[in-house]
Design a protein around this ligand. Sequence first.
Ligand SMILES: [Zn+2]
Length: 345
Amino acid sequence: MLLEKIEALKGQISNLKAENEEALEALRIKYLSKKGEISELFSEFRSVPPEQKREFGQKLNELKTLATDKINTLRDSFKAKEKEAHKIDITRPAMPDEIGTRHPISLVRKEIIDIFSRLGFTLSEGPEVEDDWHVFSALNFAADHPARDMQDTFFINQDPDDVKRNIILRSHTSSVQVRTMERQQPPIRIICPGRVYRNEAITARAHCFFHQIEGLYIDKHVTFADLKQVLLYFAQELFGKDTKIRLRPSYFPFTEPSAEMDVSCMLCGGKGCGFCKHTGWVEILGCGMVDPNVLKASGIDPDVYSGYAFGLGIERITNLKYMVKDLRMFSENDVRFLDEFEAAH
Ligand SMILES: [Zn+2]
């Protein structure tokens, strides 16, 4: 009886198959666990007559070894299959490397800095969180100037009694010019790029932050003619040798006289087109001779020194160079937009 059971189980176990590891584990429990079929045979073994114990014992042990080996072999085959599945296929085509591109603002910023570097301007940078003195007071803004208004400027800390103690997000990079003038005597020839903030509604044409580059040159005998020549060189380097410039009178608190500069339209060459509203000119920057009050405020003697300053928006220049129609594109991090500039390095 017991012998028959052993033979029957031997037959079953030799042909064991399992679909997966769970099925295999079920088989292990069925045959080899404490309450499994083979263990039960071991309990029955106690009732076998002593003279047959040796033979049955041997057969039972063989059966147990057979079952253990079979289950181990099946388990190994699963492990081998799994390993195979994770093997790296070195014949597969490589995934393309996404190396990214420079942001258009960075490209134009670098281009502008490069042009002024060739003229001997050095790079100067300053903090974005500024005090009123460096952004307004030292630059000849009257205490009631509208630029100080809540509508135009972001305040970090506002002193109701004294505007000069306000802490603000700088609304232009002229603050870096003031910091440089405070630190050193002329000659000063710097270019100051940086992010600036204004309390504006965000639209295609305006944003609450943008980037400026300002330039400052102070030395003995600096004249408006020097300014004009430097700006002409700059415009031709940036937009091409045939570019013309024109200066229109304007007003800024920190320069006197002040001017806005236009360049001949890069699309029609000055003939007039839809882009330049048929004027032939496109406005790109503001400039002027540094107001003597500004020099005095920073400890530079206006009777000895004179200088010019200019400032432009990097977004504005980028729009003109690459025909970007919506300012918001610059800060949305849309990779499809950024990829457009891959060739522009
Ligand atoms: Zn035009």
